[in-house]
Write a protein that binds this ligand. Sequence first.
Ligand code: NAD
Length: 499
Amino acid sequence: MFSVAMRHPFVPAGPYGLHIGGEETVSGGRFEAIEPSTGQPWAEVAQATAADVDRAVATARKAFQSWRHSRPAERQEALWRLADAIEAEPERWARLLATENGRPIREATIADVPTCAGILRFFSGLSRDLRGDQVPVEREETLIYTLREPLGVIGALIPWNSPIITVANKVGPALAAGNTVVLKPSEFASPSVVEFARLANEILPEGVLNVVTGYGPEVGAALVAHPDVAKVTFTGGTATARKIMAAAGEALTPTIMELGGKGAMVVFDDADVEAAVADALLGIFMANGEVCVAASRLLVQAGIHDAFSERFAEVTERIVVGDALDPATQFGPLVTGQHRERVSAALARALEEGAVARVGGGVPELPAPLDGGFFVSPTLLVDERGETSASREEFFGPITVLERFEDEAEAIARANATRYGLAAGVWTENLGRAHRVAAALDAGIVWVNKWFDMPVGMPMGGVKDSGFGRELSAETLHEYSAPKVVNVDLSSARPELWG
Ligand code: NAD
């Protein structure tokens, strides 16, 4: 099924520029932003140079000298007002996001704006709680305490999926802790980040948040290698992460890495099949499957495997694929033609290796203007033994693979047989088994009888090749600050050592 809306794409007022020192500039080169639903250009974005990156870092460094000493209440109020500003125009944001990366507008409306604002409000509160500690010591004449200090200029690099949520995940804690930021959005989702910067720069002091747009290997690489960047925070693919860590290592700059995943949902015979299928569908097809915590593996125990498969396939066949701007659309296009090629190649490889497409497995035929869009059909693969690359590699698209298992030990061993370790899930009514399996799965997040619930406050991050560092939580402030020890002598007495 498909739908075609009366099209009302987001129309920008002009090109999207760099933000340095509170000013937007579009003086240099530009590149086009392409709308995924149609494949047509819809906005122009400034292309930064290495000199622009240098200027942005110098500006952020200067702004750090005063922002680091800002009162907690000042940072709290700035982040709170920024959340208010984001929430003021939810429909405008939803249309912009659906035009920009193809996320269906019904999801962009309920997910992106409230989540972004919620994260900013959470870190707004934490601005008041950046605190050091007192160290217990044996010697009475010694007092040791720590001050929590911001690090300096944070270089933040983000992907194209959920751009304003990811911006909030970086900017919220970095600014709350008193750092300043130079942010490099994805070349495939820059307008929303520039719109975010426009609102932020109405509220924040000059130079506290700077945005440099452009391509990763040029602008991103210049930011990562910059000697005045105190920490690099990256969300994106594992292959890019290796390059970034090599460059950051050369500059001795620490990093936070939020990377890809291969989320295994493990469903036992005693699970509520209806509920498990409903969450599996949400887990893989929300945001067109372009989600790091997607349920991209479904390991189902033999006794309910066929019923699960039947129900999942039946709903998948009915999903309404279409224009991301149409409120009736349940499933939109992938972000770019290049990404569709990547996903299609990975799918072809899995099919060649022996996986079978139970539903989907190709490109849907859609009428103009959607025939120029980057669509892939929602796909259910079957690979009962989990032996193909579909069970190990991230598609970052709407493809999940159904596997069959016999017992708990086999389920755990197979779920863990991937380099990734971001999200996983266990479905069972057996309390002991739920906790045993949750403890045994290699993942930063394990959901029990649910998928996709990520309330702010919950530490978010991965293990193994899914990265390190935790976002979304109180401990995130520690990623953006360092303890300074103050060791005080409380007496003037000295031992007689030198006569
Ligand atoms: P990507 O790695 O291609 O790009 C991410 C960012 O890095 C972009 O801004 C890009 O311009 C920049 N970049 C690319 N090459 C660079 C280089 N050599 N030096 C410096 N910067 C460079 O990722 P993507 O395709 O935009 O996003 C998809 C990936 O992101 C998936 O693997 C997904 O799982 C992951 N992701 C992870 C999380 C998480 O929280 N763990 C969240 C969202 C997405």
